[in-house]
Write a protein that binds this ligand. Structure first.
Ligand code: ADP
Ligand code: NI
Length: 215
């Protein structure tokens, strides 16, 4: 099977699986991460097939979607085998997906350039205008306030606290979003992250001015 065909089939597979997702991992998150990964891969000389496939499949093994990561990874392997992706590609794609997620701060180092590219693309989608939109959408879906001055920003937290404790959209900027810029792997993604980071800071500045009725 041609690689283009594998990509088209995988897009349809993922689109179908994520069609009812409201946890911030809807199909258009995948769409954007795929576009970004391709863009970064070209600049950084990474294998675009591996980047696109890993970007498309990166959230299928997420605990929020798959139940357990192990089940999710098995499902991804079954899918890749069913469309005759070659074994070395399967191994590479699975290894990227299994080390992807942020999980409260303890992200593993990516080994391959393709892994670095896809991780950068996923992190970029959490900042900038899109990142702000996703954060407020996620907070609303979770029943959190957009901001509550009485809920302190958590300096450190376990994975369970990150997932389950009540917080606010604005606190999430300080607990995660403003840290993402420092974790970028590739030079091109760093450049994009700097712009998106500045956009977050401008947003926060305006937000607090308006909060106090000064603007
Ligand atoms: P990841 O794909 O990095 O695992 P998450 O599942 O943590 O991302 O989050 C999905 C989206 O929801 C992201 O845009 C993230 O910033 C946002 N989000 C995650 N946790 C919170 C939270 N506690 N409050 C507000 N937004 C959140
Ligand atoms: Ni993602």
């Amino acid at each position: 099977m041609m690689k283009e065909k594998m990509i088209v089939l995988t897009e349809a597979f993922v689109k179908d699986k994520l069609k009812d997702e409201s946890s911030g991992h809807d199909w258009y998150h995948i769409y954007r991460v795929k576009k970004l990964a391709l863009n970064i891969a070209e600049k950084e000389g990474a294998d675009s097939f591996v980047c696109v496939m890993a970007a498309l499949l990166h959230d299928i093994a997420d605990e929020k979607i798959a139940g357990t990561e192990e089940e999710g990874l098995r499902e991804v392997r079954n899918w890749l085998e069913s469309i005759f992706v070659e074994e070395p590609y399967i191994k590479h794609i699975l290894s990227i997906i299994s080390s992807m997620s942020f999980k409260g701060g303890s992200g593993a180092e990516m080994e391959s350039i393709e892994g670095k590219v896809v991780q950068d693309a996923d992190r970029l989608d959490a900042i900038g205008a899109i990142g702000i939109g996703r954060t407020f959408a996620y907070s609303g879906a979770k029943g959190q306030l957009m901001y509550d001055p009485e809920i302190p920003v958590r300096e450190t937290m376990t994975k369970e606290q990150y997932r389950n404790e009540k917080s606010t959209a604005i606190n999430h900027f300080y607990e995660k979003l403003l840290k993402l810029k420092h974790g970028m792997n590739t030079p091109y993604a760093k450049k994009l992250a700097n712009d998106r980071h500045a956009f977050l800071e401008n947003f926060l500045e305006q937000f607090f001015e308006e909060w106090e009725g000064r603007k």
